[in-house]
Write a new protein. Structure first.
Length: 191
């Protein structure tokens, strides 16, 4: 069965973006970049593939699900379809996508249940924090690129869930000279 993988950058204090939604403080360069470019190239947007002169390998993910606020920076930059190599699903109750390659759903939980039952590669939960909080019961794996900075406030890894406790088992912690630590966790009790 396919896994829902929350692959995301976070600060030491557990924020995926600053209070204003900015996420450009995360380190782009450094020895940790090899993980991004080699192991998670499917999660790079189309401008990154073009800049690097690479094609998405289509070996890890074939679907991305994100909240509207995660899609918005791409739209603001004039990129209507940031991940055309993936099946793109955006969770929103009020918005509509202009690009026909993006599916908007008011029911991300139902969509994830259906997707997990289909054959295919894993499903990438791109963000944001509210969507991750809503999908916490369906998340099979966490891959957190923990960056050596503190926001102090902002968008948390998981938002909106007050009493949702879910245990995860550590798979690996990979520290890099850049200060970034790539943490991988799997849902407790998962095979």
């Amino acid at each position: 069965m396919r896994e829902l993988v929350y692959y995301v950058a976070a600060s030491i204090d557990g924020f995926i973006a600053a209070a204003d939604g900015r996420f450009d403080a995360f380190l782009v360069e450094g020895d940790h970049a090899a993980v991004v470019f080699e192991e998670y190239a499917d999660a790079l947007p189309v401008p990154a593939h073009a800049a690097l002169g690479i094609r998405p390998p289509r070996t890890r993910f074939d679907t991305v699900i994100m909240g509207w606020n995660t899609l918005k920076p791409a739209l603001d930059a004039g990129i209507p379809s940031p991940y055309p190599h993936l099946r793109q699903i955006v969770a929103s109750r009020r918005r509509r996508a202009q690009d026909p390659s993006i599916t908007v759903t008011p029911d991300p939980e139902g969509v994830v249940e259906r997707l997990k039952a289909e054959p295919g590669l894993d499903i990438w939960l791109c963000g944001g924090g509210e969507l991750a909080g809503a999908l916490l019961p369906w998340i099979d794996r966490l891959v957190i690129k923990r960056h050596p900075l503190v926001f102090g406030a902002g968008i948390p890894l998981f938002a909106g869930q007050r009493d949702a406790i879910r245990a995860f088992d550590r798979v690996s912690l990979r520290p890099f000279d850049s200060g970034v630590i790539v943490e991988e966790w799997t849902a407790a009790g998962a095979p």
